[in-house]
Design a protein around this ligand. Structure first.
Ligand code: F6R
Length: 251
């Protein structure tokens, strides 16, 4: 793994395994220091394919090295509207399948925005309030969408945006279609943490893998900061980490 300067930002570039170990090291250090203080660690988590090997590494550390998640409060970035928790493509289900079922997190400490809510605007405001009530996010993991979204903050999302109901971009729906057996089955709306919500996390890490992310990753890291590429707002965060495999970095 090497440090690479891209514009004003420093990125960590290497093999996926190395990136996952470095990310897991950060989480492990946070969990241990919070346990020492007798306080919970608040993790912001992402779904999608990017974090899967990282979650596998956390599970391995839990099983083989006894890393405990009993002291974790988690908040996922986003959730599709209308699927319901039991739907296999819901982010709720994905998180349990890929991480929570395999570690000792307390179910009552797991938070994912509701997929079905009588009043989505109110549900979003309550989610935002729950993050604040937990003391804010200590460590936030992000992937990046093909057009630069973080969470489901699509192109046009402002730096001041908070947790809210959003309309998914066409590209997001097209990218998700294979998993849903066709575009017509992909939800059109979601609830997502806002850009401002994400930027308030004490540490933010963005992981990107694969050549298909290379161009957007470079626009996010060294392009103009603004709503055209919501991930570019991270350039303004004082404690951001960019974790890129060789293909995403283009090295
Ligand atoms: C997922 C999320 C999205 C994904 C992004 C990348 O909770 O918020 O922003 O991180 O769409 O998805 P993958 O990792 O599948 O390429």
């Amino acid at each position: 793994m090497k440090k690479v300067q891209i514009g004003s930002q420093e990125a960590l570039v290497g093999e996926v395994d190395e990136l996952c170990r470095a990310l897991a090291d950060e989480v492990e250090a946070l969990l241990k220091s919070r346990a020492g203080e007798g306080k919970p660690a608040v993790l912001g988590l992402a779904t999608g394919s990017t974090p899967l090997p990282f979650y596998a590494e956390l599970i391995r550390r839990h099983r083989e090295e006894g890393l405990s998640f009993a002291n974790v409060i988690s908040f996922n970035l986003d959730e599709y509207e209308g699927l319901g928790r039991d739907h296999e493509r819901s982010y709720w289900c994905e998180m349990w399948k890929n991480l929570f079922d395999h570690v000792d997190v307390k179910p009552e400490n797991v938070n994912v925005p509701p997929s079905v809510a009588e009043n989505p605007d109110q549900a979003a405001a309550e989610y935002e309030a729950a993050i604040q009530a937990a003391g804010g996010i200590d460590w936030q993991l992000l992937g990046i969408g093909g057009e630069g979204h973080i969470g489901f903050n699509e192109k046009g999302s402002s730096a001041e945006s908070r947790t809210r109901r959003v309309t998914l971009a066409r590209k997001t729906i097209v990218d998700a279609a294979p998993g849903f057996g066709g575009e017509e089955n992909v939800p059109t709306h979601a609830i997502t943490m806002g850009v401002a919500t994400i930027l308030e996390a004490k540490r933010v890490v963005l992981m990107a893998r694969g050549a298909s992310k290379k161009e957007i990753v470079h626009r996010a890291i060294s392009g103009e900061v603004g709503p055209d590429v919501p991930a570019s707002f991270l350039q303004k965060h004082g404690n951001v980490g960019w974790f890129l495999d060789d293909d995403a970095a283009g090295s």
